[in-house]
Every structure is written in C-alpha cells, then in structure tokens.
Design a protein around this ligand. Sequence first.
Ligand code: C5P
Length: 222
Amino acid sequence: FASGCLTGRQVLITAGPTRENIDPVRYLTNHSSGKMGFALAEAAAEAGARVTLVSGPVHLPTPDRVERIDVVSARDMLAACEAAMPCDLLIAAAAVADYRPQAVAPQKLKKDPNNDDGLLLQLVRNPDILATLAQRADRPFSVGFAAETENLLEYALRKLNAKNLDLIVANDVASPGIGFNSEENAVRVIDRAQRETRFAQTSKGRIARQLIAFIADRLDKA
Ligand code: C5P
C-alpha cells in the first residue's frame, strides 16, 4: 500500500443508498450497505488525503480523519457534493436511486376503502450526481462504479463514456459473495483507453486500499 500517495489531495466520496420518500412513513431505497464507500474513505484518509464522505442512510461508524456528511435523498446528496466542490478526486460509490416519487404525499397514503385496485406511483428521474460533477469546468478526476448483473464490461464502458469519467470500477453483483451488502468484493477497473485491471476477490478493506493506490497513481499521471 503506497502510504502518503494522496497527500495534499482533496477527495470527495459518495456512499450508501439514497432514500426517496413516498409519504411521511414510507420510502424507496436499495440494498446498498455503504461498506465499499466507507472502506474507500478510510483508505483515502490513510493515504494522506483530506476526505469528505457524503453518505446516504447506513449503519456504519465514520472512519478516522474523515469528514462525514449525512444525506437522505439523491437531491440532498447532489447538493452536499456541490457544496464540497472543488476537489481533486471524486469517487462515486453511492447506489443512488434512479427515480423518486413525483411528489411526497404530505400525509400517510391510505388504502382506498371502495376498491381493491393496485396503486400507481408516478416516478421521476433523479439527477445523476457523478455525471453532473464530472461535467463541470472544474471537474475532478472522476471515478464511478458500475454494479451490473449482466454484460459487465459493455455496460461499464458505456457509463465511462456517458458520464465523462476517467475510470470505472465494474463489479458483478450477481456473483455470490461479492457486491451489495457482502463483506468481500472483486472488481475490474477500466480506463478511457479501455485497458482493464483486475482486482481479485478479497475483503472490501483490502480492495479499497488496492483501488486507492491504483487511482492515486493514475491521478498523479493525469
Ligand atoms: O448509471 P448507474 O447508476 O449504474 O451508474 C453508477 C455510477 O454512477 C456510480 O458511480 C454511482 O455512484 C453514480 N450515480 C450517481 N448519481 C446517480 C446515479 C448513479 O452519482 N443518480
């Protein structure tokens, strides 16, 4: 592990799920635990960076020497990230909800007593936090994650280009024992030249330190 490889760098990391309220008691979310993002924040701080960690609702302790900002929705996460700009490096590990309910009902939604029909919930698109920050004039070196269940490399490359990223970390969340909510991960990093670097399955802490060393090296060369 290259100690001090991020000394003097300002690093912004997003982690966890977002929570999109439906009414005062219900919400939409996903299975992200935040473990990978928190492990990356810890590794980046160990590597000497000043780290801001913007996290959705998770049950994890804040790593040492990391400034943590808790948010709920995707729009909150975007606002917190914009307030934390500029930075040298952005690592977007959050599993941001792609859609949110069009409006949050002010009162708890009630079942219709007159029929047994289903309920249609109108959803609208959330902003893409990573793409928004990676398109700014003062864009940081931008690293995204692509959690896929099929066509891993094809989808990852598409995201790298569509979101204007420097690197994308692809992980196959359909493989047992890695990805969402698990203790371990195995990833491949793809760059703009479509070169692929593989990181074999190990704890999220070890993967995070390997990724930070790799990303710091590419950042230095950028
Ligand atoms: O498009 P997809 O959600 O699969 O892209 C994944 C990458 O984009 C991740 O790095 C994720 O943190 C980021 N993302 C984001 N804002 C969104 C959706 C995804 O920052 N609204």
